[in-house]
Design a protein around this ligand. Structure first.
Ligand code: BT5
Length: 253
């Protein structure tokens, strides 16, 4: 066990190893709400079956940060999905707070964090709803490449260590927990607009030509905006297209 201190809104569960902290969180969230309330944070030193979005593998050896937060927001699912942008802002601040000056941190739609234009952290939001509109839980999975990153990825990846940034997993976790509390409060009290605008200020490629890979087609256009539901607005020769899922690339970079 570590001697980690987190703000009291979190209930920390530490694991040496697990399959996926999101799967562990899902199990606990379904057990009972009293024992695993909003703010339960599952942290594992390594994962044997870490997951990215769309069934992708998330490499999870010892040395990186892997955590999942159980959240129980009293809002419709569509609103709850804004939490991935809340988490992206928290990661941005957390890394900014523990970094040496001179490192460039940016956000990449929908919710990646880039360091020196390479992916250093990813977010996986999962939820479960019952018959009401509201989710019974939302699980926010966060992976930060502290010491290790995979080579040969389509979009380049990096780690904090690879950018000569020596920081511990514990310090990264502590910084994230602190920043997430601040942004989650802002979201709960003032809604999405401030989150949306701040996210846009920190996004890579806004106003520039980007490529969006959809399942069967690649679209090219100008990255114009983020709408109130977190969709990317792509301007294609004056016609605006709303993109809700896909991978973006920056051809001019
Ligand atoms: C994500 O997926 O970015 C979400 C990653 C969430 C991981 C956390 S760890 C704690 C929690 N438990 C889990 O099981 N998952 C969550 P996606 O957008 O699909 O990005 C995957 C892509 O990111 C890969 O195809 C690589 O290009 C790149 N990448 C960068 N670092 C990586 C790493 N450590 N492992 C795998 N892919 C990485």
């Amino acid at each position: 066990m570590s001697s980690l201190k987190l703000p009291s809104v979190y209930k920390l569960i530490e694991l040496e190893s697990c399959c996926s902290t999101n799967d562990e969180a899902r199990k606990l969230a379904n057990l009972d709400e009293q024992s695993y309330p909003d703010g339960t944070l599952i942290w594992a030193r390594e994962q044997t079956a870490g997951r990215g979005r769309l069934g992708r593998v998330w490499d999870s050896p010892l040395g990186n940060l892997y955590l999942s937060l159980i959240l129980r927001p009293e809002v419709p699912l569509r609103t709850a999905s804004q939490l991935s942008f809340v988490a992206a802002l928290a990661l941005f601040d957390a890394l900014g707070n523990i970094s040496d000056p001179g490192h460039q941190i940016k956000l990449k739609w929908p919710n990646d964090v880039l360091l020196q234009d390479k992916k250093v952290a990813g977010i996986l939001l999962e939820s479960q709803t019952d018959r009401t509109e509201k989710p019974t839980w939302v699980i926010l999975g966060i992976g930060v490449n502290v010491a290790y990153f995979p080579k040969n990825t389509v979009f380049p990846a990096t780690s904090l260590f690879a950018e000569n940034w020596r920081v511990s997993v514990e310090a990264t976790l502590q910084a994230f927990a602190k920043s997430f509390q601040i942004w989650a409060n802002s979201w709960a009290e003032d809604g999405f607009e401030k989150i949306r605008l701040t996210w846009l200020q920190r996004a890579l490629g806004l106003g520039q030509t980007i490529e969006v890979n959809l399942e069967n087609i690649t679209l090219r256009g100008i990255f114009k905006d983020l709408d109130q539901h977190g969709a990317l607005i792509l301007d294609r020769n004056g016609t605006e297209q709303r993109i809700t899922a896909g991978e973006i690339y920056f051809p001019d970079n």
